[in-house]
Design a protein around this ligand. Structure first.
Ligand SMILES: *Cc1c(COP(=O)(O)O)cnc(C)c1O
Length: 386
């Protein structure tokens, strides 16, 4: 363990703006301590306006938003749902909640997001077999948009609805438009590690007002209009608390500053590692602007002189949190039986990839310390070639 007295440097800690507490106090003053209330309504409107999506439903988690999206698109037991392989398990877990089966797709090297050509191949193969997937879930990884034009075209060609898992990418753009507006619907997460947080929470957005109204209905235990409690379908308890929506409204006001700070982290890492053999960054595709949620690098051990794990452990020894990139879902034991198209690209990134401390409140001197430490690792490790 560390012998240092410096406080831990986290990968992506919460960062309050200043107005959140006042907004929470408003909720207390009005006694709106409930899973509905004026902050919930306002947060939905403000997030819809920010993203350009027509409508939004504030929910208890991004995972809950994905689950409702699948339910609303009619995913059923025995269906298949296509999903990016390179992502967090929460992207695919809701497929299993519905008794459906995920089919995973490899990424392209230009953005680390779902490869549109492989998606089209898989849809063609599904059509040839006579069983199209019920939906496609595309992830905007680490805050960067996927390449939507060819993805939307492939989904339209086979008439399969597209769900955007934009949990990590609030504020990122694709060809000038914010993510969340390209598919049939999209989800965002306000978990504690995301670019803005409500401690826990999520949002489902869509242009279809009816879809969002139905999401709110299902998320509030599916209560039919009646003076007594009457139910015709199975519902969920998935609404966001009005208290937490107050935090979300305050956070949304500072989102542009949060993106700028994370972008500056990324640029300072780039400057520090420029010309260092074996260190490469997640590429930024020309079609859009990420929100720079996490800075991710790959470390080639032969070129750099130390492995990703050497670097991660050296940082940990100094009480600095870093993380290997997501383990591809087709490699996860729980999804071992699922089909995958391709897979070699994300497997290679998983072996080499590391997410570096990327908080919007990362102090410049802490940032410098992280960079210096990373660069000092090769001298400390035993050489690969004697
Ligand atoms: C965080 C995350 C989720 C889940 O969001 P929660 O709000 O934590 O439920 C889903 N997908 C991706 C890609 C995520 O990073």
């Amino acid at each position: 363990m560390s012998t240092r007295t410096e406080p831990r440097i986290y990968l992506s800690p919460p960062h309050m703006g200043g107005e959140e507490l006042e907004l929470v106090k408003e909720a207390f003053a009005a006694n709106w301590i409930a899973p509905l209330g004026p902050h919930v309504d306002a947060f939905e409107k403000e997030l819809a306006a920010f993203t350009g999506a027509g409508h939004a439903a504030a929910l208890s988690a991004g995972t809950a938003a994905l689950h409702l999206a699948l339910r609303l698109l009619g995913v059923q037991r025995g269906d298949e749902v296509i999903c990016s392989s390179f992502t967090f398990s929460a992207s695919a877990n809701p497929i299993a909640y519905e008794g459906a089966t995920p089919v995973f797709i490899d990424s392209e090297s230009t953005s680390w997001n779902m490869d549109p050509a492989l998606l089209r191949e898989e849809l063609q193969a599904c059509a040839a077999r006579g069983k199209l997937p019920r939906a496609v879930i595309v992830v905007d990884l680490y805050g960067q948009s996927a390449d939507y034009d060819p993805i939307v075209a492939a989904c339209a060609e086979f008439d399969v609805p597209l769900i955007q898992d934009s949990a990590e990418a609030l504020g990122a753009t694709y060809k000038g438009r914010r993510v969340g507006t390209q598919g049939r619907c999209a989800i965002f997460s306000f978990n504690g590690n995301k670019i803005i947080t409500t401690s826990g929470g999520g949002m489902l957005v869509a242009n279809d007002a009816e879809m969002i109204a139905r999401a709110r209905f299902l998320a509030t235990q599916a209560r039919d209009p009646a003076p007594h409690y009457q139910h015709s379908v199975i519902g969920f308890n998935y609404r966001m608390s009005n208290v937490l929506a107050g935090i979300g409204r305050g956070q949304l006001r500072v989102l542009p500053q949060r993106i700028a700070a994370r972008r500056s982290n990324f640029e300072r890492y780039q400057a520090a590692f420029r010309g260092v053999p074996g260190i490469r960054f997640m590429p930024i595709a020309a079609y859009g602007e990420p929100n720079y949620w996490l800075t991710c690098i790959t470390i080639d051990p032969a070129e750099f002189g130390a492995s990703r794990e050497d670097v991660r452990l050296a940082l940990e020894a100094e009480n600095i949190e870093s993380r290997p990139v997501w383990k591809p879902l087709h490699l996860q034991p729980v999804f071992a039986d699922c089909r995958v198209r391709g897979g070699a690209f994300v497997e290679s990134i998983f072996d080499l990839g590391l997410c570096l401390p990327s908080g919007s409140n990362l102090a410049p001197e802490d940032h410098e310390r992280v960079c210096e430490l990373v660069l000092s690792v090769p001298k400390k490790s035993t050489p690969l070639v004697p």
